[in-house]
Design a protein around this ligand. Structure first.
Ligand code: BJW
Length: 230
């Protein structure tokens, strides 16, 4: 009975039509990171940041989970050990694909956060900067997203799961953003088998034991079938 921790990134949602960040024509080629994905950018121009996430929320709502999302839900349902899915993605395609044991370490588009009292509530499709918080009434609504310089969510729970992992897989992530890019080193340190599933080797690709290269909608169902066969 093996315990599995899976890290996913933008590449798993690419074939659902959601843009990745670091592709040649990806989100970071269209927007300055400092403007839309830092607390300082939000402080300077909250409308710009809220509009960026409103557009991404609309894009996610019109996308459907693909065969890779569904395969990971099947793994969670059928595998006899623990399966924890840690996603850097802010879309909800894993949930809609059927995954339940899931951590959104970089936040979620469908959640709003009060910058004053930390209350969370379901984000409307179109947020406005300065929407009032339903708990404390401060005009301080912000997207519930982890920007650069902020602490990713549920790190203790993630590292605890990695400390018990027999298998660690990273799917569709470029290995450029920490602490997520450091999970493979931690998993290797405790002796887990590590595998990278991606179109091409990532920035930390050399740290994995194995690689499965190709589009996630093909490689992930194949990998899941192999694990479930035992
Ligand atoms: C396919 C495919 C297909 C495509 N099939 N594959 C040095 C060490 C440690 C930390 C730092 C450091 N220097 C600076 C830092 C801090 C900083 C950081 O990492 N900066 C780097 C730029 C160096 N990190 C932070 O600030 C984080 N907080 C933090 O560190 O707090 C302190 C702390 C330390 C230690 C422990 C705990 C806490 C916060 C990071 C927040 C990231 N935020 C963003 C934006 C917000 C969310 C959003 O708007 O969606 O999150 S940045 C962006 O990058 C987004 C993503 O989640 C993240 C990762 O991107 P991802 O998913 O990898 O996408 P891409 O586009 O890069 O790659 C796609 C991949 O898919 C590619 O490999 C393709 O090949 C592949 N692919 N099609 C299979 N069909």
């Amino acid at each position: 009975m093996s315990n599995i921790v899976i890290l996913t990134g933008a590449g798993i949602s690419a074939e659902s039509g959601i843009e990745t960040f670091r592709a040649e024509t990806g989100l970071w080629a269209q927007h300055r990171v400092e403007d839309v994905a830092t607390p300082e950018g939000f402080g300077r121009n909250p409308d710009l940041v809220v509009d960026f996430y409103n557009a991404r929320r609309a894009s996610a709502a019109s996308a459907d989970p693909n065969a890779a999302h569904v395969a990971l839900a099947r793994l969670e349902a059928e595998h006899t050990g623990d399966v924890l899915l840690v996603t850097q993605n802010v879309d909800d395609l894993h949930e809609r694909g059927g995954s339940q044991n899931l951590i959104h370490m970089h936040g979620a588009l469908n959640s709003a956060l009060c910058a004053v009292c930390d209350h969370r509530w379901p984000a409307p499709m179109v947020m406005a900067a300065g929407d009032p918080c339903p708990a404390c009434a401060a005009p301080a609504a912000r997207p519930d997203i982890v920007w650069f310089g902020e602490m990713p969510y549920q790190m203790e729970r993630i590292f605890e799961a990695i400390s018990r992992a027999d298998i660690f897989a990273a799917i569709g992530t470029s290995g450029n953003v920490y602490p997520a890019a450091g999970f493979v080193a931690e998993a290797a340190r405790i002796g887990a088998q590590t595998i990278e599933i991606n179109l091409e080797p990532s920035a930390v690709g050399s740290q994995f034991d194995d690689a499965l290269l190709g589009p996630a909608t093909q490689t992930v169902p194949d990998w899941v079938a192999q694990i479930l066969k035992g």
